[in-house]
Design a binder for this molecule. Structure first.
Ligand code: AN7
Length: 357
């Protein structure tokens, strides 16, 4: 019988902060494809590039790796409700795992600033949803305040269980390749995932499974780039709503990861993000939400600015599925709506229209 992937807690039980008493709340997350991206390797002039396709998780983003841990531990502690602030993906994931656990979920989202796909997931999984008159950073302050003072368990990535679960992304990359890439690039919002991959690679290095750490390259959207400006940003703006975050929760962890790995942070424009979002779907066959293209967009910008990737093996995490926020695919390069042509049922006419005749 074919092996059925059992979710990250069971697959990595010995390498996670769990015991045999921890209830395991899982939707089968992890085990996502590492997709060779020859077109992107050609574009960058790199030896090889792979995309870690995290949109293939149960709720369509990498958040599920951390959420299986956070909700399992919360239930282990007797929690009856979980709470999170979210730009959308965390709330979708928290709501789904809480549903599986049979507990309540409360999600705080920035008013009008999360994609329809993500909102529909939180609604579908019966979360208690509140739109806050503020941005993500305001939502996180509120969530932390409520979790400190009321009987509700915080499942944002300030909860170390989240980072712990998300480090399994790095384990999977190493298992798939048999080595560590030279560079690991990914989008950065709160920098939880950036810090989590670094933790995973560091544990592999300590175990002797890999000889060196990949350089961790994290990219933000220009209007929302606290790591490149060097301090929190009060009014972050970008069309990549998932990473519209001005005050990253994992600031210190991320700075350490950058320093120890010899990595870097950078920022890319919304136009560059949308360009790469289209390139990945059209040239690689991987459909991601705009924010998820930020890592690859950052590498391409670096290349345009003179960076040489010759001989480099690069992994890029693409964090969330394109179906989360499909409206961006339905616009052409000039921002005009794309409408499929209407045709008759006549084969000759259709062939003509397709240029086959
Ligand atoms: C698709 O859901 O912060 O740097 O509240 O949804 O670990 O924050 C989402 C973040 C990248 C950034 N890509 O990850 C939330 C939230 C996607 C995301 C990030 C997010 P972190």
């Amino acid at each position: 019988m074919a092996h059925q992937w059992r979710g990250v807690i069971r697959e990595y039980f010995d390498r996670l902060d769990v015991t045999s008493d921890t209830p395991i709340i899982t939707l089968g997350e992890g085990g996502t494809p590492l997709v060779p991206a020859q077109a992107l390797a050609n574009l960058l002039g790199a030896e090889a590039v792979w995309l870690k396709f995290e949109g293939m998780n149960p709720t369509g983003s990498f958040k599920d790796r951390g959420m299986t841990m956070a909700v399992s531990k919360a239930v282990g502690h007797g929690a009856k409700a979980v709470i999170c602030a979210s730009t959308g993906n965390t709330s979708a994931s928290a709501a789904a795992y809480a549903a599986q656990a049979g507990i309540k979920s409360v999600v705080l989202i920035p008013e009008g600033k999360i994609s329809l796909g993500k909102l529909s997931q939180a609604v579908a999984h019966k979360a208690e949803i509140l739109q806050v008159q503020g941005n993500f950073d305001d939502c996180l302050i509120l969530a932390r305040d409520l979790a400190e003072n009321y009987a509700v368990h915080l499942v944002n990535s300030v909860n170390p269980d989240r980072i712990e679960g998300q480090k399994t992304g790095a384990f999977e990359v190493v298992e798939a390749l048999g080595f560590a890439p030279d560079i690991h690039a990914l989008p950065v919002g709160n920098a939880g995932n950036y810090s989590a991959y670094f933790k995973g690679y560091s544990e592999d290095r300590a175990a002797g499974t890999i000889k060196h750490l990949p350089q961790m390259w994290g990219f933000q959207a220009e209007g929302s780039a606290p790591f490149t400006v060097g301090h929190p940003v009060a009014n972050p703006e970008t069309i990549a709503t998932a990473i519209r975050i001005g005050n990253p929760a994992s600031w210190d962890l991320a700075l350490n990861a950058r320093e120890v790995s010899g990595g870097r942070f950078g920022a890319v424009s919304d136009a560059d993000i949308l360009w790469m979002h289209r390139f990945l779907s059209q040239e690689v066959g991987v459909f991601v939400e705009p924010s998820s293209a930020t890592g690859a967009a950052g590498l391409y910008k670096s290349q345009r600015q003179g960076e040489k990737f010759a001989g480099k093996k690069i992994v890029v995490t693409v964090t969330g599925h394109g179906l989360k926020d499909p409206m961006w695919a339905l616009k052409d390069v000039n921002g005009n709506d794309i409408q499929p042509q209407s045709v008759s049922k006549n084969a000759a006419e259709v062939a003509e229209r397709l240029g086959l005749a």
